[in-house]
Design a protein around this ligand. Sequence first.
Ligand code: GDP
Ligand code: MG
Length: 218
Amino acid sequence: MKPPQKPRPGGAPAWSRAAFLLAAHRLDQLPPDQGAEVAFAGRSNAGKSSAINALTGQAGLARISKTPGRTQQLVVFTLDPQRRLVDLPGYGYAEVPEALRAHWGGTLARYFLERASLRGLLIAMDIRHPLRDYDRIMLDLAGSRRLPVHVLLTKADKLGRGQGAQALATVRRALAERDGDVSVQLLSSTTGDGVPAARGVVAGWLAKRQDEVPDAPG
Ligand SMILES: Nc1nc2c(ncn2[C@@H]2O[C@H](COP(=O)(O)OP(=O)(O)O)[C@@H](O)[C@H]2O)c(=O)[nH]1
Ligand SMILES: [Mg+2]
């Protein structure tokens, strides 16, 4: 009989085995800060949950909500015992009470500063409304410790090919003016266009060791 396979930190993530682990309201509820994790951010309704579902090939994994601004928690999914995806709260909507917004601002800032296993940040932006205030705050948080960022211009199917390419070029130019490791691509969770490219970026980050990440804490 073959021994059970050990997880290979450098191997491709087993996307289809992604599973919900927990939802944390506070940082001390997160799993131990070991291995590697990649965070997903995005304004409410940007298409973040759909992107997570598309990447993992699991339609029901991250709840797709038509009611924006409801998930004020960090939702953790495991790919294997050493690698995780973290769905960050898509706050920023007027309906989120001020006290909650303040709490989440502080919690998120601390998550970025302190989380040693964090390897990169994906930011989902609706291709028709990119680079809003929330997106810039997330870019700054990642930049504060030189964490690589990959922008997903979501719902690319809502625009024609020419318009999509134009939006991509515009956002790429804007991002090039910022310091740091920031890339961008088109994504349609509906058609699957861009899913392999996005998986490639996440897999590359998850294969990194902590000492390969500039300014990682700890
Ligand atoms: N046409 C289209 N609609 C999308 C796409 N991704 C998400 N949506 C829709 O946009 C809305 C918000 O998506 P969701 O993933 O819940 O956004 P979240 O709030 O950022 O997690 C839902 O109605 C989705 O069906 C896409 O690639 N194409
Ligand atoms: Mg969501």
